[in-house]
Structures are given as C-alpha cells and as structure tokens.
Design a protein around this ligand. Structure first.
Ligand code: TGC
Ligand code: FAD
Length: 389
C-alpha cells in the first residue's frame, strides 16, 4: 500500500517521542500478529489464539496502571494511541484490551483492597488472568441502575443471584467484576472467580459483529461471595459508571484506528481501480467522499487528543467523554459504510478489512452506552434536565 497522509493537521507534533514509539510498537504488533490472521478468525467466529497473553507481552493491558501493580505507568494519550492501533487491527482486539484494562483492572486498582490489587493486577497485566465486566442484564441495558442482580447478606459473606448478558469474554474469563445491589439497594462491585459453585457463563453465538471476540452471559445461582471478594471502596452507580468513563475514552481513540484502516485501504483502491478509462479516485463524487472522510477523521483525532490532555490533567468530565465516544464511533461507522461503497463489490469480501470493521462498529456504537444515550447525556448537560427520569 502506498503511504497515505492520515495526519492532516500535524497532530504528531503534539505527541512526545515516547508516545510515538509506543504507537509504532503496537502498530508493528498489529501488522505482524493480528492482520495476517484476523479475517480467518472473524470468518470462523473464533477468538485469536493467546490474544490476552500477547497483549500483555506488549504492555497493552492496564497501560496507565502503576508499574508497582504490573501496569506500564503510561499517560492517557499513550493509552489512547494503543487503543487506536489495536482497533486498526480489529475492534475485537481493542475490546479485549478495553475490558481487561478499564473495566477489570481499573475498578480493582481504584476501589479494591491492597490484597485484591496484589492478587489480581499483575496476572491481569500479563494476560495470565482473563477478566470480564458484568453490568448489563437481560432486562437492563441502557438503564443499569435498575439492575436486578442481588447481593444478600449470608453470615460473614453474601449470596449473589441474577444474570448478566452480552458480556465480552464471559465464556473464557477467569474472574469477573460484577455489579449487584445489596440488601439496602446499594450497588456494590464483587470479584467472581471461575469455579465458584453456582457460577456459569454460557456463550452467545451467531453474532454478525465482533466475531473474533467471545461474548456470553454470567449466571449466578446462589453463588457464595466472601467479604474479601467485595470491592471495599465504592458504593453506588458511580462505581461501574466511572469504569465506563475510562473505557469510553479508549473507544474514542479506537474508533479512529478502525476508520483509518478503512480510509487508507480505500484511497489506495480508488487510485488503482480504473473505470471509464480513469482511476475512480479521479471522479468528483468519489473525491467528495474521501475529502469528507478525512475531514471527519481529522476532527475526531483533535477531539480525542484534547480529551487525553484533559484526562492527564484530571479535568475530563464524563459528559466530554460521552461526546467523544459518540462522535468518533459514528464517524468511524460512516467512514466504513462509505468505503464499502467506494470499493464496490470488493468492499464485501474478506480480502479487505472494510466489511469486518463496519459490522464490528455496529456493536461499538451500541456498547458502552448507545449513540442515543450519549446524546441524551449531552442534552442533560446543556439543559440541566435529565430525560431519563
Ligand atoms: P444518574 O442518576 O445520572 O447517576 C447515578 C449516579 O452515578 C453517577 N454517575 C457517574 N459517575 C461517574 N461517571 C459517570 N459517567 C457517571 N454518570 C453518572 C452520578 O453522579 C450518580 O451518583 P450519586 O452518588 O449521586 O448516586 O444515573 P441514571 O440511572 O439516570 O443513568 C444515567 C445513564 C443512562 C447515563 C447511565 O446509566 C448510562 O451511562 N447508561 C448506559 C449504560 C452503559 O453504558 N452500559 C455499558 C455496559 S459495559 C459495556 O458495554 C462494555 S463493552 C466493552 C467492550 O467489549 O469493549
Ligand atoms: P437497550 O437499552 O434495550 O436500548 C435499545 C434502544 O433503545 C437503543 O437504540 C437505545 O439507544 C434506545 N433507548 C434506551 N433508552 C432510551 C432512552 N431513555 N431514550 C431514548 N432511547 C433510548 N455489557 C457489559 O456490562 N459488559 C460487557 O462486557 C459488554 N460487552 C458487550 C459486547 C457486545 C458485542 C455487545 C453488543 C454489547 C455488550 N455489552 C456489555 C452490553 C451493552 O453495553 C448494551 O448492549 C448497551 O448498553 C445497550 O443496552 P441494550 O442492548 O439492552 O439496549
């Protein structure tokens, strides 16, 4: 593929040498370990072998968790760039890293006891332990605060009953951070381990999206939870929603990676493919599409970079994160759809990544808060009136 300029506003000038090196090393990993096998994995609905261990070996799990707990101690822009490069490979790869980093390591690091941190974080960072995050339920997706999964007192510990649905890595997880309501109706986080009596995790099959990622349920039938397995330092919806802030931020970068992979592939194709005696890139209609794509990609890059700066300074609000997640995922999905058309019939085959990214992004625009929910979060911020109540 000929090199295509995807840094139209010289955002690279805003990155440190370390951030650029990190991006380059993850890009090389994706080029050598993911791109050659991802189409076959997605076509066969199979996970990428040893993905979590491989991600651990390049420092992509818990990049911003301190080194003392096995993380890489990196800043938030480095985390974003890692997510961007992983999702250029496939959303399933970024999903694996998002869940492990932001939805499992983040809550254990932020709300866990010292013993929980020591027990789980180093293994999660290496990919020796696979984590899952259980918030969504069969009857509660966008409104997790109405969750039904219950944590009732039983002697020194608790009993966990209920079910979570649509959970990334549920069928293969070793542990799951699960959110449930206690006897007082307070939301608590617990760490459930594979093998606990009454815990099962059936797989959700026949997905047309994120086919290289395993999705499933987490079912709890009177599972005994020792008090040591409860996250001691958080109560209420702030617990799970703060994890989502971190994951949604990473997705805002990841979506740029998927968009860039589609865009670069399509510019090259349009330059090579000849119809009516000239490259299709020479037709005004196709140039309009490419120009609009690059404009939207550039705006998304600036949004995520600025959000990363705010995050590094501890100033990013959940509402700003919602805006970036919503904007950038929609942008990527629109780019994928336009690329699919520019490539004609070639856009539908696995020789090119377009259709795979497009189908993946249909999940990404739904999970971590739907496109509508993020709009309503912004509406609430503007007006001070919640449309959810
Ligand atoms: P609301 O009354 O607004 O708030 C309840 C309490 O939570 C606090 N809070 C937040 N805290 C931190 N970060 C945020 N983003 C927060 N948003 C709200 C809030 O301050 C309040 O605290 P307190 O102490 O006053 O009680 O809540 P609500 O029930 O009206 O719901 C608001 C809503 C709809 C925005 C929220 O529930 C929501 O975001 N819904 C979408 C659900 C969602 O995103 N689920 C994602 C599941 S995980 C997933 O999809 C993983 S996919 C991973 C992959 O494979 O990559
Ligand atoms: P619903 O909440 O039923 O929404 C359906 C439609 O109604 C949407 O268009 C929505 O925008 C709209 N809607 C809902 N409420 C309103 C409102 N108030 N106003 C206007 N419109 C509204 N969850 C986890 O906890 N952990 C995971 O690891 C995880 N991984 C996932 C992996 C995949 C592949 C997928 C697809 C989902 C995953 N999810 C996970 C679940 C995901 O977070 C939910 O699907 C998402 O939050 C939406 O919930 P829902 O599907 O129940 O849709």
């Amino acid at each position: 593929m000929a090199p295509i300029n995807t840094d139209y506003y010289q955002i690279d000038d805003l990155l440190s040498e370390e951030q650029k090196l990190i991006r380059q090393s993850v890009r090389e990993f994706v080029d050598s370990e993911i791109k050659p096998i991802i189409d076959a994995a997605a076509q066969c609905h199979e996970e990428i072998p040893y993905l979590m261990k491989k991600l651990g070996s390049i420092g992509a799990l818990g990049p911003y968790i301190p080194e003392a707990y096995g993380g890489a101690g990196l800043d938030q822009i480095s985390y974003g760039l890692i997510m961007q490069e992983l999702e250029a490979g496939d959303s399933a790869v970024r999903s694996a890293a998002s869940v492990q980093s932001s939805l499992v390591m983040f809550p254990i690091f932020t709300y866990g006891s010292e013993e929980q941190k020591q027990t789980y974080l180093p293994g999660l960072a290496k990919g020796d332990i696979i984590g899952a995050f259980g918030l969504t339920e069969p009857n509660h997706g966008s409104d997790p605060s109405n969750m039904e999964t219950g944590l009732s007192k039983d002697g020194e510990g608790y009993r966990l009953n209920g079910a979570k649905m649509w959970i990334t890595n549920a069928p293969v997880c070793d542990i799951a951070v699960v959110w449930a309501k206690d006897d007082k109706g307070k939301v608590r986080g617990v760490i459930v381990q594979r093998g606990m009596k009454g815990f099962s995790s059936p797989e959700t099959v026949n997905k047309w999206s994120l086919r290289a990622s395993r999705t499933g349920e987490l079912v709890f039938d009177n599972v005994y939870i020792a008090k040591e397995d409860v996250l001691p330092n958080v109560e209420g919806m702030r617990g799970p929603l703060s994890c989502l802030n971190s994951a949604r931020y990473g997705i805002s970068w990841g979506a740029i990676g998927a968009a860039l992979d589609c865009y670069k592939t399509t510019v090259n194709y349009a330059l090579e493919r000849t119809q009516f005696g000239k490259p299709i890139a020479g037709f005004q209609l196709q140039q309009k599409k490419l120009a609009e794509m690059l404009s939207e990609i550039t705006k998304a890059q600036l949004l995520s970079w600025r959000l990363g700066v705010l995050k590094n300074e501890g100033k990013a609000s959940p509402q700003q994160i919602s805006m970036a997640k919503r904007n950038n995922v929609y942008m990527a999905l629109e780019v994928a759809r336009e690329c699919r058309q520019i490539m004609g019939a070639m856009g539908i085959v696995g020789d090119y990544p377009i259709m795979r990214h497009m189908m993946n992004l249909e999940s990404v625009i739904t999970y971590e808060g739907t496109h509508d929910i993020h709009l309503l979060i912004t509406g609430h911020d503007i007006t001070g009136i919640s449309s959810f109540l």
